[in-house]
Design a binder for this molecule. Sequence first.
Ligand SMILES: Cc1cc2nc3c(=O)[nH]c(=O)nc-3n(C[C@H](O)[C@H](O)[C@H](O)COP(=O)(O)OP(=O)(O)OC[C@H]3O[C@@H](n4cnc5c(N)ncnc54)[C@H](O)[C@@H]3O)c2cc1C
Length: 427
Amino acid sequence: MNIPRTSYPRIVIIGGGFAGVALAKKLSKQEVQVVLLDKNNYHTFQPLLYQVSTGGLEPDSIAYPIRKILKDFPNFYFRLAHVEAVDTLKNKVITNIGKLKFDYLVVATGSKTNYFGNSEIEKYSMAMKTIPQSLNLRSLILENFEEALLTSDLNERNALMNFVIVGGGPTGVELAGALAEIKKGILPKDYPDLDTRMAQIHIVQSADCILKGMSEKASEKAEAFLEKLGVNIWKNIRVTHYDGKTVTTNTDLTFETATLIWAAGVKGAKIKGLDSKDIITQGNRIIINQFNQVKGFNHIFAIGDIAHMVTDNFPGGLPMMAQPAIQQGKQLGDNLLRLIEQKPLMPFVYKDKGFMATIGRNKAVVDLKRFKFQGVFAWFVWMFVHLFFLIGFRNRMVVFINWVYNYVRFDREARLIIRPFKRREDF
Ligand SMILES: Cc1cc2nc3c(=O)[nH]c(=O)nc-3n(C[C@H](O)[C@H](O)[C@H](O)COP(=O)(O)OP(=O)(O)OC[C@H]3O[C@@H](n4cnc5c(N)ncnc54)[C@H](O)[C@@H]3O)c2cc1C
């Protein structure tokens, strides 16, 4: 891997997401050698992926080169590498570009889409966990309308204009809101010769409400916002099957659609060598203690989505969200230095900063510890928080300008089929 030998302890971080970057920044000026490995050379701001999928933002504005984030840090090395396994006996990571020895290892691999073992749904549905997946979805949505324009078969046309989103969490809700706004504001102008009123957006949710983790008020208000936008919400229903044409559920309800978007859950992106039954728990997450140490190891840690940390307030593990990842990354930076200096470690204490989701223009719901609010003010808070946590001044500026432009012009300029999505041949 061409990493120089040094007298400093070597800390290898797998993953340049929220957790890995927060940790690397914390270690930036310390007497340690940091090697960050990621299969992408960029950090992805996942909370805004849905805006890429729906043409509101260009992908470049929510991605940032990892090398640039850490360019001024001495003793820092980035390698574009897919980590395939960890050899915990020899203290080595095994990657597609070679092996690397570590003194301390931090797993920050995040999560991936959870299809709950349903391979048909995995094959035919669209996920939205990465930038390439979001671009696929953007292309497919636009290709569907181009195709709908050409067919004289009414059923086929409706199926092409039907969007079924599985999962009523923040991702599903935000995506549905954005699609509804496109239907209302953009499709009639772009496709005057297509009856775009026939386009349908459905959310199918297995629970009895949407935004399950938020307050009752937030959930009710989000539902009211979505209904006003014309989104159909189906609660207490589970999608069981999709063959690329028909969505089947555990009830009599079925949908004919060319686009099933799977936003029903994620699971930890575990790595061979750290995947034994005694380490991995529900949702493929790695069991860690309050110092982020992986069960059974002093020098191997896990942070962010991949890490399963139980607290009094979160007996099922901390939420798979940006805040726990960032906070764990920062705290582990301090603890690694303590460990190296043979000082006692400090336990991680999660500061819950709340939950929020936007439904669309002037519509958001925010649950903070003390205050819960919905509507226009919540929307401004949502925008401010997202801009604040975006990495890079340019990205913040670009996103801000895009939002102002989209707001004033009722537009989404990035509705481009740059890399056409290849539809499954059997559709
Ligand atoms: C669509 C969507 C919307 C979201 N919205 C919100 C929101 O509004 N608010 C919120 O708080 N959270 C939100 N989240 C969740 C949030 O993005 C995650 O909780 C957060 O990204 C977790 O950070 P992480 O560092 O653990 O993992 P990630 O940010 O996922 O980073 C993991 C990194 O590891 C790399 N990696 C993985 N496996 C390997 C490997 N084998 N080898 C090399 N590199 C590897 C990946 O390339 C990636 O860069 C959203 C997530 C999605 C998908």
